[in-house]
Design a protein around this ligand. Structure first.
Ligand code: ADP
Ligand code: MG
Length: 598
């Protein structure tokens, strides 16, 4: 039998490749915009007609091309961006495969005008279905102007399958958003059927987000800034109250390239767990920067998927940073004051050797007595822990922290507070008023304090004058034996355990001696109900339970100093917005809301 294998002619090969690269007008928009960015432009204009079906044009002020390069750029695998396979691992550009222009020219009528600074003349070139119609010198300003007309003009079947103008335009706008968000330092304009739909000036990321999504976005954003050896995370997430049904404002950029990642999305979503209702989704604009040798973005031709070497660690860091920022910023903007994301420490549980409680008798103990500034000092002390969790944190934080904390305190202490119905503490803030639920807020404060004592510092005990005997049933005694060490970590000093009773000689400082029995009973009940699976959740249940039983109750009078202390301490918490059991601790009412009532 005769030989039957032949090489495909280039134009056929290009058309096949085009099937991968060019799915719809939006794909062309993406490739052309990315080429303009790779060419170091700082002004880019996108013009489309009829949802890109008639015309897609991108005009940039980048480096342009020489006459030879202009012709070469339409060859398959022609690229200026990589030279060797090794370059693939340190990509700094958007493109690298060198097939976009060849693919586009295979399925559309393309006209190119381009000029660089070295050549006297620019180039004017027309190519249709991979066939050069003409190439001639021309005078044109530095940069590249490329027009793609009548996409799929030579493949009627594909042209017929394009969706309605509305749908195709939506796809184009999405691509435009992704590119524009990743490059706030570049100005973009966008015209559709002669009408300007975007004119984005250069600025920072926050400005760019607001320019794209509208002014309302400004109040919704919580900044994130996290730096570790492995990954740097920056950008914004939305506050919990702005979670949406639609997932249309979720953006990940890895090394400034938009990517889709259900895995990373899950990390962010899980940081909002218990904070937003089921079925709601946060918005986010997150920039991850990773050493490009540790990722593989080449697994999909349109390059929106990615593989990380250290997926699990990245997941954990991402989730922790989002949680951390939410905790801090949830409150700060209410006080019209921005806190530095690096200030606070996350809870730190790992590698904690259980320590014998320190004994300190303080009969005059008053839970509200400690100054907020002491709390700040404590926070500072914990920076070491933060560092060991995420190594690579910058120095100089201490100073900044002191400064910010002072600011933060001034914000609060200048405000006057008052108590109503022995239940709420009201404080005026710049944007209106904040109404704090005294019991729930105090639970939050104590919970964080207990947790920190138990896990980081070692609890402080107060010695009882007379040892206290408390009776328990068998089940309870069994449980006490199991959790004895954790109880001691909390500050309980258990002298003896019998079959039906225990003898206690010390209790956590801050606990009213007369209530010891009831508090321990409650603690055991809570732990039994919570059924904690591991030792951390056991400690967590204890901290919750102790916080609940020792917090000031509704009906308790608080003097001015105590009220102030409550406010100060609450807003120094890591998650001030909710009680340990997930209830709101405070609400705010804006001046405008109050005004509207009149
Ligand atoms: P890739 O971007 O993967 O290199 P393309 O087919 O998109 O492949 O582009 C081929 C080459 O054409 C690029 O490597 C670049 O050298 C050149 N090029 C394309 N668009 C522009 C532009 N707007 N400005 C300057 N050079 C460009
Ligand atoms: Mg390209």
């Amino acid at each position: 039998m005769a030989d039957i294998i032949q090489l495909l002619p280039d134009h056929v090969a290009n058309q096949i490749a085009a099937g991968e690269v060019v799915q719809r007008p939006a794909s062309v928009v993406k490739e052309l915009l990315e080429n303009a960015i790779d060419a170091k432009s700082d002004q880019i204009k996108l013009v489309i007609q009829d949802a890109g079906k008639t015309l897609i044009q991108v005009i940039d002020n980048g480096i342009g091309m020489s006459p030879t390069d202009a012709r070469m750029s339409f060859e398959r695998h022609a690229t200026s961006k990589i030279k060797t396979a090794a370059d693939l691992f340190k990509l700094k550009t958007k493109g690298f495969r060198g097939e976009a222009l060849a693919s586009i020219a295979a399925v559309a009528q393309v006209e190119l005008k381009t000029s660089n600074t070295e050549n006297q003349f620019g180039t004017h070139l027309k190519i249709e279905g991979n066939e050069i119609i003409f190439q001639e010198p021309t005078t044109t300003s530095k940069g590249t102007n490329i027009a793609v007309r009548n996409l799929f003009y030579n493949i009627p079947a594909r042209r017929k399958f394009l969706k309605s103008d509305a749908v195709e335009t939506r796809h184009i706008i999405n691509e435009f958003h992704r590119v524009a968000l990743a490059h706030p330092q570049i100005s973009f304009s966008f015209f559709h059927n002669g009408k300007e739909i975007y004119n984005l000036l250069t600025g920072n990321l926050r400005k760019r987000i607001v320019a794209i999504l509208g002014k309302k976005a400004n109040d919704q954003l919580v900044p994130i800034a996290e730096k570790t050896d492995l990954i740097e995370i920056s950008g914004f997430v939305s506050k919990i109250e702005f979670a949406k049904r639609k997932k249309d404002e979720q953006f990940f950029f890895v090394n400034n390239r938009f990517i889709k990642s259900p895995y990373l999305n899950h990390a962010v979503q899980s940081a909002y767990e218990n904070l937003i209702a089921n079925g709601l989704h946060p918005s986010y604009f997150l920039f991850l920067s990773v050493n490009s040798e540790r990722i593989d973005i080449n697994i999909h031709p349109t390059k929106t998927e990615i593989k990380f070497d250290d997926e699990k660690t990245i997941y954990a860091i991402l989730k922790a940073s989002v949680k951390h920022s939410l905790g801090q910023y949830q409150v700060a903007p209410i006080l019209d004051f921005e806190r530095n994301a690096n200030l606070d420490t996350p809870y730190y549980f790992k590698n904690k050797v259980s320590s014998t409680p320190k004994i300190e008798v303080d009969p005059n103990f008053n839970p509200f007595k400690t100054q907020a500034s002491q709390n700040i000092r404590e926070q500072k002390k914990n920076i070491g822990n933060w560092e060991s969790l995420y190594s690579g944190i910058s120095s100089g934080i201490e100073n900044e922290m002191e400064h910010k904390s002072e600011l933060f305190q001034n914000e609060l202490t200048e405000a006057t507070t008052f108590q109503i119905h022995k239940k709420f503490v009201i404080s005026s803030i710049k944007s209106g008023v904040v109404i704090i639920h005294q019991n729930l807020a105090h639970q939050r404060i104590l919970y964080e304090e207990f947790l920190e004592k138990i896990t980081v510092e070692g609890a402080v005990s107060q010695q009882l004058l007379f040892p206290l005997e408390i009776s328990f049933n068998k089940e309870e005694i069994k449980l006490i034996k199991e959790i004895k060490e954790d109880l001691e970590n909390c500050g309980f000093q258990i002298d003896q355990i019998f079959d039906d009773k225990i003898v206690i000689k010390g209790i956590p400082s801050g606990i009213n001696e007369g209530k010891t029995t009831i508090i321990i009973e409650q603690l055991l009940a809570d732990i039994q109900n919570d059924l904690p699976e591991n030792s951390f959740s056991q400690l967590d249940s204890m901290a919750k339970s102790l916080a609940k039983s020792t917090a000031v109750k509704t009906g308790q009078y608080l003097n001015a100093k105590e009220q102030e202390e409550l406010v100060n301490k609450l807003f120094l918490c890591k998650q001030p917005e909710s009680s340990p059991y997930g209830k709101k601790t405070f609400i705010t009412i804006n001046l405008s809301e109050i005004d509207n009532k009149f």
